[in-house]
Design a protein around this ligand. Structure first.
Ligand code: ZN
Length: 165
């Protein structure tokens, strides 16, 4: 007995061939069978005729790391079908928090109107451990922001802040 059966959906096998209509049976978190599966073989059935069945999409340039600490369910990603987010592409991340740039990182990376639990991490590893502990709903491919350790870019930021005052 499968846990879930997605019936009569369109599937691409990635070969460039046209979509084909199949049933996808899932046991726990694993695709157990692709082909023809009877509804009675699963405890839950989703009828997907006219729809595409996909294991999810990868967002290769995401800033989800800024919001995952406060919204681990990542509803906005899941509703778009995104199941994996690559974060840190632009060079800024919430960690590591180095002594010499901690104040600047917090000042520039806190999303507007949000309070982040900055005290929960300092190294990148501790940030990832924090996210893991939140049981976030998406996979994360983390890239360390090179900005955090680039003295010159922070010097420019500080200079810019002084000019604005
Ligand atoms: Zn970006």
């Amino acid at each position: 007995m499968y846990d879930l059966l997605i019936k009569d959906g369109q599937v691409s096998d990635g070969s460039g061939q046209p979509l084909r209509q199949v049933d996808v049976a899932i046991s726990k978190d694993t695709i157990a069978r692709i082909g023809t599966v009877e509804s009675k073989e699963a405890s839950r059935v989703i009828h997907a005729r006219g729809r595409v069945i996909s294991p999810g999409f990868i967002d290769i340039h995401s800033h989800a790391d800024l919001t995952l600490p406060i919204e681990p369910e990542a509803a906005s990603l899941i509703h778009q079908g995104i199941t994996t987010a690559v974060v840190g592409q632009c060079g800024h991340t919430l960690a590591p928090l180095l002594d010499k740039t901690r104040t600047e990182v917090i000042a520039t990376q806190t999303p507007q109107g949000v309070t982040l639990p900055w005290e929960k991490w300092s190294t990148y590893e501790s940030f990832l451990n924090y996210l893991t502990g939140l049981k976030i709903s998406v996979n994360v491919v983390p890239l360390v922001g090179q900005e955090q350790s680039a003295d010159r870019s922070w010097d420019l930021w500080r200079e810019d802040q002084r000019r604005k005052k």
